[in-house]
Write a protein that binds this ligand. Structure first.
Ligand code: NAD
Ligand code: ZN
Length: 243
């Protein structure tokens, strides 16, 4: 483990193109519940069952209650040392991209600039009918309405079963394919297409690294696996980067 740790550090020092993929685990130490962390349940519902377009169509008030609750949860949280280390890493790597599956906005809050929020953001809302979309940090009504056309607004996140914004996926694939090093942090690697990015990176010659509390289905395919808390491992990896 010590050897791996030092090797990953040396690797980051030499690399010019790094892509980091993060998941809910990177925000766990900030107190943002992972879907599993809330025991898979919110009230009596599975979080995964609420983050779906068909659930929103059937019970918009319930889905909005869940999202307003999540917005309130995240409002009480702050970036942790893992977010801050990734904001620092960006300064040392000439071509850097952070692709996050998180919707909490904590990477940006921590100072990261080169961030792709591939599943959108809790702080975005968009109209279900017209093109109105906006960033909104305020407390929202139970069923927020579009100021342009009066129809229902929805959270600006990508739900299970929905496609990613096409440009977003294209850019992610392009950047992952060109990476020297691909690092996945705090993701269970169960949600596609992000769960396949390590393979894409590897097929194009990247060295792959996993940082996670526990092994994932991808661990055996990674060149390096560092298991522990992201908030402890990432600051260690970034401290002393020479570039
Ligand atoms: P996940 O909940 O499926 O997996 C989280 C992983 O992080 C687990 O493997 C866990 O072992 C690991 N982990 C937990 N604490 C950690 C720590 N301190 N350090 C390192 N690793 C830690 O999350 P996922 O893979 O991101 O997929 C879930 C989906 O749900 C994503 O699409 C995501 O958008 C969404 N989601 C986002 C948030 C958020 O924005 N913070 C929260 C919940 C769910
Ligand atoms: Zn509208």
């Amino acid at each position: 483990m010590v050897a791996s740790f030092e090797m990953v550090k040396a690797l980051l020092d030499e690399s010019r193109r790094v892509v980091v993929l993060t998941g809910a685990g990177v925000s766990a130490e900030s107190g943002v519940p992972t879907f599993r962390g809330i025991d898979g349940l919110w009230k009596t519902h599975r979080a995964e069952d609420l983050a779906r377009p068909d659930s929103f169509a059937q019970h918009p008030e319930l889905v909005w209650e869940f999202y307003n609750w999540r917005r309130e949860q995240v409002r009480k949280c702050e970036p942790n040392p893992a977010h801050i280390a990734l904001a620092e890493m960006e300064k040392h790597i000439p071509n850097f991209l952070l692709i996050t599956q998180n919707v909490d906005g904590l990477h940006t809050w921590a100072g990261s600039h080169k961030v792709m929020e591939m599943h959108g953001s809790l702080w975005q809302v968009k109209c279900t009918v017209c093109t109105h979309a906006r960033e909104d940090f305020s407390e929202l009504p139970d069923l927020p309405e579009c100021p342009v056309c009066g129809h229902l607004l929805r959270p600006g996140v990508v739900w299970f079963g929905e496609s990613l914004v096409p440009g977003v996926l294209r850019l992610a694939i392009e950047q992952v394919s060109q990476a020297d090093v691909f690092v996945s942090v705090g993701t269970s690697n169960l949600v596609q297409p992000a769960a396949s990015f390590h393979q894409l990176a590897k097929d194009h010659g990247a060295v792959t690294v996993e940082v996670n509390l526990e092994p994932t289905p991808n661990t055996g395919l990674m060149d390096f696996a560092l298991h522990g808390k992201a908030g402890e491992i990432l600051p260690e990896l970034v401290t002393g980067l020479l570039k």
